[in-house]
Write a protein that binds this ligand. Structure first.
Ligand SMILES: [Zn+2]
Length: 428
């Protein structure tokens, strides 16, 4: 099959021939019959998410492996890492293999389960990291995400343990004692609204400690959803030492600020903006954008966190934390990073495909589009602008903070090893 007239990472138009799931030829005016018109779309390597909540097993009312991976494909993703905070928790070989098998069965994108660091995410005892690494799911990323591994001894042991199989510990950096009952970013707005504040130091203290621990034992640390300017400074310092540390930022932390809790198009105290870590200030957003541009923050990860309506459309203090993000991620990154001149499409491909695949040690994903590479391809039209309509999402949940907002760009097609999962913006 030939995809005609696409611009690889925004370069001059070419055709791409796909054979046996692999890119067989790239060039102008390739001969052949079986063809589709790419319409001048930008071709990116299939996106890879290091941080997705698929909710299965246990909360199939919010999302399933099937709907979550359909949502991923619609967003241009060919692989996602499924977080471990399911019910039961993904802390054994049995649970991670179950999630991995469901992903293979549906085939909308590759599913790589994340293994829990501690049994039941309880922070008391290390989970069977080795058994999960050796399982069919071949787990390489371990995280108690949703909770912080706050015990320094356990964190040290986890970092030591994963070295045996080249794994990485992905930390949700949140000092629990400093965030008891916290509802939103601690600052001017939380003071005015009388909501319990979530101080930046609760994130920054854990990141600093974990960087030092990772360096001390010579292991690999990944920092989830960095949200403050101070965290960026700590990471910049730690990376200057040459330590093996990577970090992610979410699309929403690149675009939205905490004053939306006070005043927004959907009113005050709207829990659609309640998320962990919380939305921060304009100065934090600016620092995060600069850090993503200069490589201090390595990647964009969605933290796609689906919740059913009844868990979000309630009073602020009772509402669940989190936002869906897979189907809007690329558009938000275009808005925050490309339209502002901070990143080009080469930079976007690095931060949303190549580097996340490298951190997760995924051999067949995140490859640059060249002859011989697996045909994992996302076609994206950056020229359109559309109003976000959650009722059109493939996700089972609708908790998006972008409803009604006009965002740039649209995923035209997604190919997983040469097979279309999305065509003309619709699931195949
Ligand atoms: Zn988290």
């Amino acid at each position: 099959m030939i995809i005609r007239n696409v611009r690889i990472l925004g370069a001059e138009p070419v055709d791409i021939r796909i054979a046996d799931g692999v890119i067989a030829e790239i060039g102008p005016d390739l001969p052949g019959q079986d063809e589709m018109d790419g319409g001048g779309a930008i071709a990116l390597p299939g996106l890879v998410d290091l941080h997705t909540h698929l909710r299965e097993p246990g909360r199939e009312d919010a999302e399933t492996v099937q709907t979550g991976t359909q949502s991923a494909a619609r967003g241009g993703y060919t692989a996602v890492h499924a977080m471990a905070n399911t019910s039961p928790v993904a802390d054994t070989a049995g649970v991670v293999e179950q999630v991995w098998r469901l992903g293979r069965e549906f085939g909308h994108c590759d599913v790589h389960p994340v293994g829990a660091v501690t049994v039941g995410l309880e922070g008391r005892q290390l989970a069977e990291l080795g058994a999960m690494a050796d399982s069919a799911a071949r787990v390489r990323v371990f995280s108690d995400d949703g909770k912080c591994v706050d015990d320094a001894v356990l964190m040290r042991r986890a970092l030591e343990y994963v070295k045996a199989f080249d794994g990485v510990v992905a930390q949700h950096a949140q000092e629990p004692r400093l965030t008891g009952g916290a509802q939103m970013n601690e600052g001017v707005v939380s003071g005015r609204l009388g909501l319990t504040g979530w101080p930046a130091v609760a994130e920054e203290a854990i990141i600093a400690r974990d960087c030092l621990l990772a360096a001390h034992v010579g292991s690999r640390l990944h920092v989830c959803h960095v949200s403050t300017a101070g965290s960026v400074e700590i990471l910049r310092w730690a990376k200057s030492k040459g330590w093996n540390i990577t970090a992610e930022v979410t699309p929403h932390h690149l675009l939205l600020t905490d004053d939306l809790v006070e005043e927004s198009p959907v009113g005050a105290y709207n829990p659609i903006y309640k998320v962990n870590p919380p939305l921060r200030t304009r100065a934090d957003v600016e620092a995060l954008r600069a850090a993503l541009a200069d490589g201090t923050i390595d990647i964009v990860a969605t933290d796609h966190a689906p919740h059913p309506v009844e868990d979000k459309e309630t009073e602020w203090s009772a509402a669940a934390m989190g936002m869906v993000g897979l189907e809007t991620a690329l558009s938000v990154v275009q808005e925050a990073m490309v339209e502002t001149g901070l990143l080009d499409w080469v930079g976007v491909a690095q931060r949303m495909s190549v580097v996340p695949a490298r951190i997760g040690r995924l051999a067949g994903q995140g490859r640059v589009l060249e002859v011989g590479a697996p045909a994992n391809i996302t076609l994206y039209d950056p020229s359109v602008r559309t109003k976000v309509d959650p009722s059109a999402f493939a996700s089972k949940s609708r908790n998006t903070p972008y409803e009604g907002m006009t965002l740039p760009g649209a995923v035209v097609a997604t190919f997983l090893r040469g097979r279309a999962t999305v065509l003309e913006g619709k699931l195949v």
